[in-house]
Design a protein around this ligand. Structure first.
Ligand code: NDP
Ligand code: GUE
Length: 369
């Protein structure tokens, strides 16, 4: 598991970090949370809610913050984009195609996953991928190597999978241990089986007009699929992608541009991230900073896709942590017209797109339409 942090949506002061249920300002003498009563006292005026929301992120007064968060509670308007159910729908479609292919030509798509070390989150993701493969009838092959394996060990397994005709997709789970050269290892995957879409030729093709990449990277592809399947049009929209990593931010920006959005990319050296983000009709946040994007970063009515998966300590959870996104959900849900939750948003789509890419690869290898 990557580093774990205490965090909350609101900005700087400690009093703001208190969650609703524990905030003494919200409790009656008997400890009952006063939330409902206060909400009904607030006039149902949308504009004034917006104003108080801005205070929520910038006012130093804890009391103002409390009023603001209660007042805005009543104006939740965003549609929740249910990535979990859209991913299930996609898996059902894949199942049908896998059966059709098996019946027609006797070929079953196969996905090989290589994991090095025993990071808890990686082990969980790999298990989820295996279960997802099982659910649609894709064969899954898994290699788990110890943390102190050599690059050569990993490359040897990749080469074997490259030569195995029952394997149509190869995924090397990232991050790799620090003693390994990630580029060298990923370069060993044959481009025809690179279902992650991490080969530089893929990004190159994505960036060039008139070129088709062999595979579109799964997470950004999942973000676009969520927009399509939620009937959100991209063409002509202003989009901001926060983050420029090779696996999420950069390809997400290229895909949005290919869909005819006008795209800006915000990164760690962007001085006016907030202001730029506030101009966007569509925001994709892929940063790795929990709750970074506040309500007042978002133009009212914008669509917000939260890619972030950040573990934060939570004693109440059986795992000892819970996952939060890069977007301050409680604030942004009141401003945006649509938003993805974490968990249950982009994450399940990443896996659904991995299955899609594996199916595409198998069909391509066997010239099956
Ligand atoms: N849902 C899913 O399926 C997936 C989720 N994720 C999650 O998405 C998030 C991002 O992942 P990934 O792209 O791999 O992360 P990286 O760390 O590779 O990239 C993060 C990007 O965010 C930028 N950034 C960092 N801090 C700031 C800041 N304060 N302001 C503006 N930009 C900033 C960095 O800028 P710079 O380039 O200048 O350093 C960098 O471009 C993580 O939470 C990760 O767990 C990742 C993959 C799949
Ligand atoms: N070669 C490679 N390809 C990847 O695509 C890749 C990777 N390495 N390394 C790690 C990141 C991260 N990633 C996620 C996939 C699914 C969920 C996911 O399904 N999340 C669930 C929650 C899962 C949970 O509860 O732990 C959700 O958001 O609802 C999250 C994150 C893929 N990545």
């Amino acid at each position: 598991m990557a580093s774990m942090i205490f965090t909350d949506c609101s900005s700087s002061t400690t009093s703001r970090l208190l969650p609703l249920a524990r905030n003494p300002l919200l409790r009656g003498k008997d400890g009952v949370v006063l939330f409902r009563r206060l909400v009904t006292l607030t006039p149902p005026n949308f504009t004034s809610y917006r104003r108080t929301l801005t205070l929520c992120s910038s006012s130093p007064s804890p009391l103002t913050h409390v009023t603001a968060s209660l007042a805005t509670e009543a104006s939740a308007t965003a549609k929740i984009i249910d990535g979990k159910s859209i991913a299930k729908q996609i898996r059902d479609e894949i199942s049908v195609e896998v059966s059709r292919m098996k019946d027609a030509i006797g070929v079953v798509p196969g996905l090989a996953v290589i994991i090095v070390g025993d990071r808890k989150d990686s082990v969980t993701y790999v298990r989820n991928k295996r279960k997802a493969c099982e659910s649609v009838g894709i064969n899954s092959f898994e290699v788990r190597l110890p943390e102190d394996s050599t690059e050569q060990d990993v490359v040897k397994f990749i080469s074997d999978f490259n030569d195995d005709s029952s394997v149509h997709g190869i995924l090397v789970q990232l991050p790799l241990p620090s003693h390994m050269n990630e580029e060298k290892i990923l370069d060993a995957v044959r481009i025809e089986k690179d279902v992650d879409g991490f080969n530089p030729l893929n990004i190159g093709c994505l960036a060039m007009r008139g070129r088709e990449p062999m595979f579109v990277p799964c997470t950004p592809k999942g973000c676009i699929e969520l927009l399509h399947r939620s009937d959100i049009s991209i063409k002509g929209k202003k989009a901001v992608v926060i983050g420029r990593s090779n696996i999420v931010g950069m390809p997400a920006a290229l895909l949005l541009q290919n869909e005819n959005a006008t795209v800006s990319i915000v990164h760690s050296r962007t001085p006016n991230a907030e202001e730029l983000t506030r101009q966007a009709d569509i925001v994709i946040a892929a940063v790795g900073v929990p709750n970074m994007v506040k309500g007042n970063w978002i133009k009212p009515g914008a669509v917000v896709i939260d890619v972030g998966i950040n573990p934060v300590e939570d004693a109440k959870s059986s795992r000892g942590y819970r996952l939060v996104g890069d977007v301050c959900y409680e604030e942004v849900v009141k401003v945006a017209s649509a938003i993805t939750p974490v968990p249950g948003g982009v994450g399940p789509m990443t896996i659904a797109m991995l299955l899609t890419n594996t199916l595409i690869s198998a069909k391509r290898a066997h010239n099956f339409e």
